[in-house]
Ligand binder design. Structure first.
Ligand code: GLP
Length: 244
């Protein structure tokens, strides 16, 4: 069974974090070269930082051009202004957008500081549709199997929505805040359906996520492990490493 599943996805098993980041950068580089005005779905978290470093280097050395690329990020905390140091907009500016030649107007995240969250979710879904959908979606994975901020639930979500973060996610993400009490309770996230409509998906995970990655890729497909739905995606690249 393990073997059958592996035939449906492209599995890249690397030793180190650097090798994982390089393999992911190759996939992005190919995508950007083949479709210079394509739509990239981006993710935050510590896992993709090495990948973003490499993309910035490739841009710097003239190997990659971001001038026509459009981006949509997976998620954003509710209640944080874009210039808040823990906001995902701030993260993206710091690790990628400010380091490559992408016009700021081409970069998109849900607005966690919106007054009307329903309207903001609708705006984000319409935006993704207007862009023609996502060509390559990058995903990390939470310890409980969440992708974006789609937490374990009784059903797989559709479009962008406001979600309550689970205690385990708040605790996991607390390391980036001064204190767990400062982690917002809610976030806006692209839904599972939108993620699954991406023409290609790349799941990135280091050794610390080994157990949940195995459950997601080889266990039963269930909304209690949101990432397990990736098993049925037709164009999935899994890039993992042994190192934590
Ligand atoms: C957050 C993000 C996810 C990310 C996860 C794992 O919850 N919303 O998109 O995949 O963290 O982060 P890390 O890579 O730091 O383990």
């Amino acid at each position: 069974m393990l073997y059958e599943k592996e035939k449906q996805m492209h599995l890249h098993k690397l030793q180190t974090y650097d090798e994982m980041s390089a393999a992911a950068a190759q996939i992005f580089s190919k995508q950007i070269t083949e479709k210079p005005d394509g739509v990239l779905g981006l993710a935050t978290g510590t896992t993709p930082i090495g990948l973003y470093d490499r993309l910035a280097e490739m841009n710097d050395s003239g190997k990659l051009d971001f001038s026509k690329i459009r981006t949509v990020n997976l998620d954003e905390y509710c209640g944080l202004q874009p210039d808040h140091e823990q906001s995902y907009r701030f993260f993206m500016e710091k690790y990628l957008f400010s380091r490559v030649n992408i016009p700021k107007g081409n970069t998109n995240l849900p607005n966690g500081a919106a007054q009307d969250y329903d309207a903001e979710c609708k705006r984000y879904d319409e935006l993704i549709e207007r862009l023609g959908g996502v060509d390559l979606q990058l995903l990390g994975i939470g310890n409980n199997g969440h992708i974006g901020f789609n937490e374990p639930a009784d059903f797989f979500s559709g479009g962008t929505q406001r979600v309550k973060l689970t205690e385990s996610t708040i605790q996991a993400n607390a390391r980036l805040f001064a204190d767990a009490s400062e982690v917002p309770d809610y976030a806006l996230t692209m839904g599972i359906k939108t993620i699954m409509l991406a023409r290609k998906i790349i799941l990135l995970a280091n050794g610390g996520k080994r157990e949940i990655v195995e459950r997601a890729l080889y266990g039963p497909i269930t909304s209690q492990v949101p990432a397990s739905i990736l098993q049925v995606h037709q164009n999935l690249e899994v890039v993992i490493c042994e190192e934590n």
